[in-house]
Design a protein around this ligand. Structure first.
Ligand code: IMP
Length: 429
């Protein structure tokens, strides 16, 4: 039995959704562990694009149990819409296929409003959040005043907690952000009805997972965002508000780190980022535009154009270490075809001197310059390749050098958005 964690190694949008969807037929449970509906996992099924924001991608496989773990922040309206959307097209027919932790925190309208108003107020210094209330919800969790799913489904507890919180939030909204106060009854009525709808899905996820592990079922921990956005290890403060590294999967799901036997790190063959913040290999030229257009690089949640750049092996090696990655998935390799030369960042330079690893403070991140190696590109399309040896020679070299540099093997190559556009290089489970 191998339980597996699928982690994004860059700044999110590495193509985790497709990989999780690919692996799901081999697992029994898929668990979302952190983040919320800031994530958008795109899956292409029979030519039709589907974006899941909260429900694990395992929902598209009837036999798979989907878990929303303790570390997730849940916008109940978004979750209900997603459940209904999946039900309407024949998925998630059995309510037992979805288990939501009572410990997961709930996103309220004041979180969303605070997130958006703060961003507007920051102007040029905004983080570029998804505006979904993620940060403010996690703030309440850390401040020990959050409202959890188990509170949401109990009308009396919800009333009591919401009354207390709203008073404080309204004061903050009015005095600090110049907004109108929110009306208790409007929020309470809506959220009470969400609680009624979601009650049947709430479970003691801890016990559910313990039992599944005991019985030898296979678990897949579904990472959201990427290591570059990790609250502690990313390019702070331009990060999200949860731990996106593999350690975050254990705390977010409520399992021991030992319950994860294989960490599968997903990276694009180049790099992208949505929102603001350091991005040393960013390209603001025609090559960047080419990657953006050919790779259809638009944020799955906000539709924003993704910033594009060369593959950054300095960052990738760091992320591999932070997550204890056992093997890699390289996605969107097809997007690089037709580029004559490919640049890859091998080391960072700060104030004219090469440095080891990556910087810590923002000011250094902003000054850091990548030192590139230039590798030969390839012209041939990749769709027809069915194994490593059928890939163009320069493409093979590109992949080998990535493996050598970061010190872990590649187990899957993704060559396009469709489910079957991939090559398995190694067995992972
Ligand atoms: P927040 O998570 O909405 O607070 O946004 C914080 C930063 O993380 C912003 O730069 C967002 O663009 C980025 N972000 C959050 N979720 C994702 C994701 O799923 N993919 C890529 N970027 C994300």
């Amino acid at each position: 039995m191998t339980n597996i964690a699928v982690i994004g190694l860059q700044w999110g949008d590495e193509g985790k959704g497709k990989i999780i969807d690919l692996l799901t037929p081999q697992v029994d449970v898929v668990i979302r562990c952190q983040g919320g509906n800031n994530a958008g996992h795109t899956i292409v099924l029979n030519g039709e694009k589907r974006v899941l924001h909260l429900i694990p991608s395992g929902a598209l496989h009837q036999k798979c149990l989907c878990v929303i773990g303790d570390g997730v922040v849940v916008d109940p309206k978004v979750l209900i819409d997603e459940i209904e959307g999946l039900k309407a097209v024949g998925f998630l027919q059995n309510p037992k296929q979805l288990a939501i932790s009572g410990n997961a925190h709930v996103i309220f309208p004041y979180h969303i409003q605070i997130d958006q108003l703060r961003e507007t107020k920051k102007g040029g210094k905004a983080i570029g959040t998804t505006g979904r209330g993620i940060g403010p919800c996690y703030e309440d969790k850390i401040a020990r005043r959050g409202i959890r799913m188990s509170d949401l489904v109990d009308p009396e507890i919800l009333k009591h907690r919401l009354e207390g919180n709203l008073q404080e939030k309204n004061e903050y909204l009015q005095k600090m952000l110049g907004a109108k106060p929110l009306v208790f009854n409007e929020i309470y009525e809506k959220y009470n009805s969400y609680g009624k709808y979601l009650k049947n899905y709430i479970a003691n996820v801890n016990l559910v997972l313990q039992q599944k592990v005991k019985e030898g079922f296979k678990l897949l921990f579904e990472g959201a965002q990427g290591v570059g956005l990790d609250l502690d290890h990313g390019t702070y403060p331009y990060v999200t508000s949860s731990n996106t590294v593999s350690g975050g999967m254990a705390t977010g799901a409520g399992v021991s780190p030992k319950a994860i036997q294989h960490v599968l790190g997903v990276a694009k063959a180049y790099a992208t980022r949505v929102g603001h913040g350091p991005f040393p290999t960013e390209l603001s030229d025609s090559v960047g535009e080419h990657l953006q257009t050919k790779g259809a690089e638009f944020g799955a949640t906000t539709g924003r154009k993704r910033r594009c750049g060369w593959l950054d092996l300095v960052w990738l090696k760091h992320a591999v270490w932070l997550c204890g990655v056992d093997s890699l998935v390289i996605t969107k390799l097809d997007v690089l075809s037709e580029l004559k030369k490919l640049k890859v960042a091998m080391v960072y330079q700060l104030n004219g001197k090469k440095i080891e690893g990556v910087p810590s403070c923002l000011e250094d991140w902003e000054k850091v310059e990548p030192v590139y190696e230039e590798w030969e590109g390839w012209n041939e399309p990749l769709e027809k390749a069915t194994c490593f040896d059928e890939l163009p020679k320069n493409c093979q070299k590109y992949l080998k050098r990535i493996e050598d540099f970061v010190g872990v093997p590649i187990s899957i190559l993704s060559l396009g958005p469709e489910r079957n556009a991939h090559i398995h290089l190694r067995k992972i489970m």
